[in-house]
Design a protein. Structure first.
Length: 127
């Protein structure tokens, strides 16, 4: 379960995310909607541990994610919007999906070893 309690982010005392709270139970899907500039990306960055909140708590299975951020990240998948934060993500995902569909055409086991080493190097693929 992911629980967000009073999540707030301020820049120079100005709140850009102000006291957001919600809970996502196992098996649920959550949509987080809002107009441009409403703090969606900032919230997601805090949920992924890429940005520290000014106030509030992010709990995964009852524990603050900061108490074991690496363990939390191993259980999390995140693809940043637009690719400008990680420019090779889309191309890498496309290659990897192609491999899963066509392993012989993609270099077979050697390619799989390359993917495995990338994931190990990046703590489970979260760079």
């Amino acid at each position: 379960m992911l629980e967000i309690k009073g999540l707030t982010k301020r820049y120079h005392r100005v709140p850009v995310v102000d006291c957001v709270s919600f809970r996502i139970d196992p098996g649920e899907v959550c949509g987080y909607l809002g107009p441009n500039g409403s703090g969606k990306t900032t919230t997601v960055k805090m949920l992924t541990g890429l940005l520290d909140p000014s106030d509030g708590a992010i709990l995964f299975n009852g524990q603050d994610i900061r108490s074991n951020l690496i363990g939390y990240r191993k259980r999390l998948g995140y693809v940043p919007e637009g690719g400008h934060e990680a420019p090779n993500v889309a191309a890498s995902l496309t290659r990897n999906v192609h491999y899963l569909r066509h392993p012989r055409a993609s270099g077979g086991p050697a390619h799989l070893n390359t993917l495995d080493s990338r994931f190990r190097r990046n703590d489970g693929g979260f760079g």
